[in-house]
Design a protein around this ligand. Sequence first.
Ligand SMILES: *[C@@H]1O[C@H](CO)[C@@H](O)[C@H](O)[C@H]1NC(C)=O
Ligand SMILES: *[C@@H]1O[C@H](CO)[C@@H](O)[C@H](O)[C@H]1NC(C)=O
Length: 250
Amino acid sequence: MSVLKLLNFHHILMLSVFTGAANGYYYYRWSQCIYSSPDLSDMEFIEGSYFNKYPFVKYNSTVGIFVGFTEFGVKNAEMWNKDPSLLQQYRAQVDRYCKHNAELMEADIYNKTVQPKVKLSLVMPGDSKHPALLMCSAYDFYPQPIKVSWLKDGAVVTSEVTSTEELLNGDWYYQIHSELEYTPRSGEKISCMVEHASFTKPMIFDWNPPAPEFEWDIQLLFTIESAALLLGIIIAAAGFIYYKIKSTGL
Ligand SMILES: *[C@@H]1O[C@H](CO)[C@@H](O)[C@H](O)[C@H]1NC(C)=O
Ligand SMILES: *[C@@H]1O[C@H](CO)[C@@H](O)[C@H](O)[C@H]1NC(C)=O
């Protein structure tokens, strides 16, 4: 059972009578296009007129005439149902108004694709028992179907891969994460391949290992520090001697 879809349109007229406090009468017409079939074949056009939230007359395209709910509504419905040109105008609304707009809306929603933003990152394990993981994350894509795979030197890797389902962001977009167990080997090229309707071809994102951090050689550091300390002592001593010589007037 598919979800009922609805196009709404409100005409609102507020009649306000100010008597110190704000009071008012509220009249509106509410047009709805209701359907669930993708080919729009079950489209129904409903237009209700409401006074202070109660409907008094409604047109339902399945019935094809106006139906009144109050004395005033029944009188109006009788009158309108005797008007062939008005009825014809309303009967045309299913095609002219509902199907026309639904086609535009469906095209907008269902043909819309949004490219994922792809990010590769390295996840270090908390302990030494587990291997490091490379994570390929695709964010904010639409529609849901997507394929994320790993390539090692251009060949698809299937083992040591775990992947999440496509996760709903809650804003019509999806995200997905795929992890690959990772042991760095020099010269090996690892890439993440993403296939999605928003791309004309599979997109390949290469993993660029971070440059190895410069490791300070403790021994070298100690040597440099000692040399600097010694230099400091020499300069201080020289300064002291110079001061002594000057103050004794030699
Ligand atoms: C319109 O009329 C049909 C036939 O009586 C009914 O099945 C349908 O529920 C009505 N639609 C609305 C929204 O009242
Ligand atoms: C979606 O786009 C395709 C071509 O890209 C087109 O043939 C199809 O009619 C479109 N669908 C809708 C609902 O407009």
